[in-house]
Ligand binder design. Structure first.
Ligand code: NDP
Length: 269
């Protein structure tokens, strides 16, 4: 039985990753931040949504699934979260650093605490989790895989994107160094750059995504499963010679003129 630890696995891209890996027989441990849930009305908070997903994964895919609340903007004990995943599943074969949120705005208006929080979530936590996963995999002689979820905004610069974009670029760059360090142990480390992925379950967001889709060469926005399928591929034996790479999964929206300026301007309002 293979196992995967996925951060931010309760919704959006993370849920897509958890579902695809579970479908392929992985036991899953995912984290969620907690607090108010702004998606489907049947859930009162993030915990209810996360627990419903645990049940759904166990029932639909006949694997084990666990979840734990963790807010990475705080001085969370990342090692403790990793150890809890080990206690629940025995071994960790796959780590997916997915949790994240975007902030957009001019550097001149930015507060230092916003930079610190974003750094904790987008770079510090993934680095620490890769450290703990590496030590665990080496000790147990697991030829495991790590996948970091970056963003197309890591490799295309926009004026109101200096914090999120630069931290995602840092994560993708870290992926290369960690891949070099862990290659001799048979541990592969890759990153994915999602483009515009339809993550909101809210009906009022449908026109937004339809408008985006019309501007993407492949004529649709991406789905969480698109990213989940790429994670599953990167963690499979079919990708056994791929490491230290970033795969862009964006419906070719970044080549040519690209639609990312449109996306960023729509997000920023
Ligand atoms: P969602 O908002 O749907 O999900 C984000 C996940 O990260 C949730 O599980 C959330 O937990 C968790 N999270 C957010 N903040 C924290 C925190 N402070 N501590 C711990 N966990 C946290 O986002 P997406 O699915 O869209 O994004 C997933 C990843 O993909 C992110 O890294 C994002 O940057 C990246 N990405 C997304 C794109 C897109 O188009 N959607 C494009 C490019 C990259 P909770 O639900 O409990 O708040």
């Amino acid at each position: 039985m293979k196992t995967a630890l996925v951060t931010g696995g309760n919704r959006g891209i993370g849920e897509g990753i958890c579902r695809v890996l579970a479908e392929r027989g992985y036991d899953i441990f995912f984290t969620y931040k907690g607090g108010i849930y702004d998606g489907e009305e049947q859930f009162r908070n993030e915990m209810e949504k996360a627990e419903a997903l645990v049940q759904s994964i166990c029932n639909e895919y006949n694997v084990k699934c666990f979840c734990k609340e963790a807010d990475f903007t705080k001085e969370e004990d990342v090692e403790k979260i990793f150890q809890t995943a080990v206690e629940k599943m025995g071994e960790i074969h796959v780590l997916v650093n997915n949790a994240g949120y975007g902030i957009e705005g001019k550097l001149r208006d930015t507060k230092s605490e916003d930079i610190d929080k974003e750094y904790f979530v987008l770079l510090r936590t993934p680095l620490l989790l890769m450290k703990h996963a590496a030590n665990h995999m080496i000790e147990k002689e697991i030829r495991g895989c790590m996948v970091n979820i970056g963003s197309v905004r890591a490799s295309r610069a926009f004026p109101i994107d200096c914090i999120y974009g630069s931290l995602k670029a840092g994560l993708e760059r870290a992926t290369q160094s960690v891949a070099l360090e862990l290659g001799p142990y048979g541990i592969r480390v890759n990153a994915i750059e999602p483009g515009c992925i339809q993550v909101s379950p809210l009906k009022e967001m449908v026109p937004f995504y339809e408008n985006m889709g019309r501007n993407i060469p492949i004529e649709r926005t991406g789905t969480p499963r698109d990213i989940g399928n790429t994670v599953a591929f990167l963690c499979s034996d079919d990708a056994s010679y791929i490491t230290g790479q970033t795969i862009r999964v964006d419906g070719v929206s970044c080549i040519g003129t690209g639609i990312i300026p449109l996306i960023v301007s729509m997000i920023a309002g």
